[in-house]
Design a binder for this molecule. Structure first.
Ligand code: FAD
Ligand code: NAI
Length: 475
């Protein structure tokens, strides 16, 4: 006999565990299956985000930033330090503890919301009596039946063709978060989000970091004025980024890694490094899901095909997060999880793809929402732009961090905000105001007329909105 649930969720990353909680809140009997194991073999719900993504990377970014401040910025404040040293083992232990707190938090939330959790792999099987069947393997092996299945199986790091990850010399995001000692020379392939965040961590700790990027443009998806400003800051820090390269053969041995590549001028080069992080994007994960048992359609990238509502081609089977189209972001996965649970309940779940914020947690941070200047030009939209530099913001001066700017793009006729782009201190927090503004279809003038606390970094947001109408007050 199959154990029957209303909703079975496969995967407990941000897409899956949030979908399970929301479905339970809506009164459904819910099961969530996840196979991730912690170091002791126990359950570690939270997916890529919690275990080898968002959370541990931010823990290391924080530790390395403290170290960088102690070495290079404390003296400005009159704080003298001697013998500042980084204990990498302690840094990693702290990161692991932060991860564990998040794993435990999710298990607690499952209990609180009466979600039944199964630690094991979930695989689809032929439906029986009009219900979908999910086979759980592992210690808790059994068959589950449900009217609705939500697939949230996430993504995996994409390896370079012919160069598998060994997690010793050639690292994915997983190994990149476990490097046990600061490498003298660290190479990364791909100057996207992971390349910049992980490159920043190890550069701050003293590694000589080189990032090889295939495209000729730095952060092509980012507003180019913002990307240029960020690149200037990274150059100054000594984060060496080489654009327009073509990576060739990679040799790995006892002494490290040797990467043959052709530079933008077409010259043959070799980069030797102690470790190599490959961060060239991620691929949707349907391994072991047995999608063919129900005839689930996948696209050419291996992503599960879904419509705008996250419905797959099989009635009653839904999919959310990294395993489907759209940006591979935890908050996007969460929004889809909530929306699907609400749709199952007959409600009108809603995800606005135009207002999903992006943040790159480097120093300076980079954050944006909406369209870039280059997209507006390509779309033929008449727009006005306004920028305000943190150099002219009192709080930024007091913080000692004046790099960067806030930029508003507004419709030339209606003044509706079309995009907000930021590079600078704590812009990961400032971007929320822009998201709210765009959700409410605010004009730049709306933001310009709102009272912002002084002194705060958020005044730069207000001033950039004023700049759209060429009436900044402090610049
Ligand atoms: P995942 O988090 O990948 O979770 C999928 C889960 O399903 C996993 O636990 C997996 O074990 C389980 N699973 C898969 N198949 C099965 C099966 N058959 N049976 C049982 N369980 C299964 N995003 C941000 O928004 N902000 C960030 O700062 C950020 N930082 C990142 C840093 C790094 C280094 C990386 C790699 C990613 C980062 N991301 C970040 C992206 C973010 O981690 C993903 O977008 C997010 O985790 C996707 O959530 P998901 O639920 O779709 O999948
Ligand atoms: P990415 O898509 O951000 O960047 C990959 C980079 O590698 C691109 O610049 C691409 O041009 C380059 N590239 C691809 N193939 C190459 C090759 N053969 N040689 C040289 N360069 C090559 O992917 P990344 O950094 O792996 O991250 C994956 C995803 O994880 C991100 O897109 C994002 O969705 C998510 N993520 C989000 C974070 C955040 O929100 N702060 C942090 C880290 C990851």
């Amino acid at each position: 006999m199959n154990t029957e649930f209303d909703v079975v969720v496969i995967g407990a990353g941000p897409g899956g565990y949030i979908a399970a909680i929301r479905a339970a809140q809506l009164g459904f009997k819910v099961a969530c299956i996840d196979e991730w194991k912690n170091a002791k073999g126990g359950p570690a719900p939270g997916g890529t985000c919690t275990n080898v993504g968002c959370i541990p990377s931010k823990a290391l970014l924080q530790s390395s930033e403290h170290f960088d401040h102690a070495l290079h910025h404390f003296a400005d404040h009159g704080i003298s330090t001697t013998g500042v040293a980084m204990d990498v083992t302690q840094m990693l232990a702290r990161k692991d503890a932060v991860v564990q707190q998040n794993n435990d938090g999710i298990l607690y939330l499952f209990k609180k919301n009466k979600v039944t959790f199964f630690h094991g792999r979930g695989a689809l099987a032929a439906s029986q009596n009009g219900l979908h069947t999910v086979e759980v393997s592992g210690a808790e092996a059994q068959s589950l039946a449900a009217k609705h299945v939500i697939i949230a199986t996430g993504s995996n790091a994409r390896p370079l063709a012919g160069t598998p990850f060994d997690e010793v010399n050639i690292l994915s995001n997983d190994g990149a978060l476990r490097i046990g000692a600061v490498p003298k020379r660290l190479a990364l392939i791909g100057s996207g989000v992971i390349g910049l965040e992980m490159g920043s961590v190890w550069r701050r700790l003293g590694a000589q970091v080189t990032i090889l990027e295939g495209l000729p443009t730095f952060l092509g998806a980012v507003d180019q004025q913002i990307a240029k400003e960020a690149k200037k800051a990274f150059d100054k820090q000594g984060l060496y980024i080489e654009l327009g390269v073509q990576v060739g053969e990679i040799k790995s041995g006892k002494k490290g890694v040797s990467i043959a590549y052709t530079n933008a001028k077409g010259e043959a080069q070799t980069l030797d490094a102690d470790k190599l992080i490959v961060s060239i994007g991620r691929v949707p994960n349907t391994t072991g899901l047995n999608s063919q048992a129900v005839g689930l359609a996948l696209d050419e990238r291996g992503a599960i095909v879904v419509d705008a509502d996250c419905k797959t081609n099989v009635p009653g089977i839904w999919a959310v997060g990294d395993v489907v189209r759209g940006p591979m972001l935890a908050h996007k996965a969460e929004e889809e999880g909530v929306a699907v649970a609400e749709r199952i309940a007959g409600q009108h779940g809603h995800v606005n793809f135009n207002t999903i914020p992006w943040v790159i947690y480097t120093s300076p941070e980079i954050a944006w929402v909406g369209r870039t200047e280059q997209q507006l030009k390509a779309d033929g939209v008449a727009y006005k732009a306004g920028t305000f530099p943190f150099l002219a913001n009192g709080r930024a001066r007091a913080l000692g961090d004046t790099t960067g700017m806030v930029k508003f793009l507004a419709d030339a006729t209606t003044d509706e905000i079309l995009g907000v782009h930021m590079v600078g201190p704590q812009v990961s927090e400032l971007i929320a105001e822009a998201v709210v503004a765009m959700e409410f279809k605010a004009s730049a003038e709306d933001i310009a007329r709102i009272c912002h606390a002084h002194p705060s970094l958020s005044e730069a947001t207000k001033e950039a909105a004023l700049a759209v109408d060429k009436r900044t007050l402090n610049f």
